[in-house]
Ligand binder design. Structure first.
Ligand code: ZN
Length: 307
């Protein structure tokens, strides 16, 4: 009788055993990225060997995110965290890390990449005065708009993936060197294409573009936010408008997640085009991956120039 029962159960047990061997406690490395650009980059290097999730989308202001329970449970299961750092996520990441209590992704662990420690930082203030607005004492955290920084972070991601998942070391090495070759070629193309942008004067909404403007040689003359992180006020915009005459400013730049109203207000009165530039993957229809993000960035900047 017992044997009969066991025989009846065998196909089921067999099926269960098969399932267990096919899906061993999740073999793919889990990557938790704070921003879409690092998720896209991790995917370039990790390919099918990793699962990547971005905590934020291109249409959210990453300075202000809710530490939702779904993010906590994702971080609890993560093997590698990649975030911009330099206090960009100060309002939510420390809380997520505490609540997730996942030792693998704590600062200083192989499973924790702080991008601000990997790339040369711009905009480190000489003194930190919180009354000056949302100042970033460790430098400007919006590092992803210079493709040379993307290359640096790609190398770091590759190193960490190899460290955390040595079984696929050869795959990660291969993918990273393939990406590096394609990326280097793309940078050369972008730099050639954008040569005419050197010295062009622009206004930006938030000081989120210092790496792009540094890379392209654009000159940021003013910001719509009088103090970083504090929404543009009517008084500041009016003062800006009065200062704009004879300044030869070519365009006003903002990210998708920022309100269009201040840009449009100034644009209409000063007769300067206002542009949305992709600051990350998914920010515009054209920015489908990191390559097309920079293509689209240059299309928009070059397309807005008065011939
Ligand atoms: Zn910022």
């Amino acid at each position: 009788m017992q044997i009969m029962k066991l025989l009846k159960l065998t196909p089921l047990l067999g099926f269960a055993a098969l399932f267990l061997t096919v899906a061993p406690a999740h073999a793919r490395l889990r990557v938790f990225s704070c921003e879409p650009e690092w998720a896209a980059l991790a995917k370039e290097i990790g390919g099918e060997f990793i699962d990547v999730h971005s905590a934020t989308s291109a249409h959210q202001d990453v300075h202000y995110i809710q530490a939702r329970p779904s993010l906590i449970s994702r971080l609890r299961r993560a093997d590698l965290l990649i975030c911009s750092g330099a206090d960009l996520e100060i309002g939510w990441l420390p809380l997520l890390l505490r609540k997730a209590s996942n030792a693998r992704v704590q600062p200083g662990q192989p499973g924790h990449i702080d991008v601000s420690k990997v790339v040369p930082m711009l905009g480190i203030p000489s003194s930190v005065d919180r009354s000056a607005g949302d100042v970033h004492p460790y430098g400007n955290p919006h590092t992803q708009t210079d493709p040379h920084n993307i290359a640096r972070v790609a190398e770091e991601i590759s190193r960490r993936l190899i460290q955390l998942d040595s079984g696929h070391a050869a795959d990660y090495r291969h993918r990273a060197s393939d990406f590096a070759i394609r990326w280097k070629k793309a940078i050369a193309g972008w730099e050639k294409r954008s040569a005419s942008l050197r010295g062009v004067k622009i206004i930006t909404h938030h000081l989120a573009w210092v790496y792009m403007t540094h890379w392209l040689g654009l000159e940021v003359v003013e910001h719509l936010e009088e103090k970083p992180g504090i929404p543009p006020t009517a008084g500041h915009l009016t003062r800006l408008l009065n200062r704009l005459e004879d300044q030869d400013i070519e365009f006003i730049v903002r990210a998708t997640y920022q309100s269009a109203r201040p840009s449009k207000w100034l644009s209409e009165r000063a007769g300067i085009p206002n542009l949305v530039i992709p600051h990350t993957v998914g920010a515009t229809d054209g920015a489908k991956d990191l390559f097309s993000m920079f293509d689209d960035m240059l299309d928009r900047l070059l397309g807005a120039r008065t011939p």
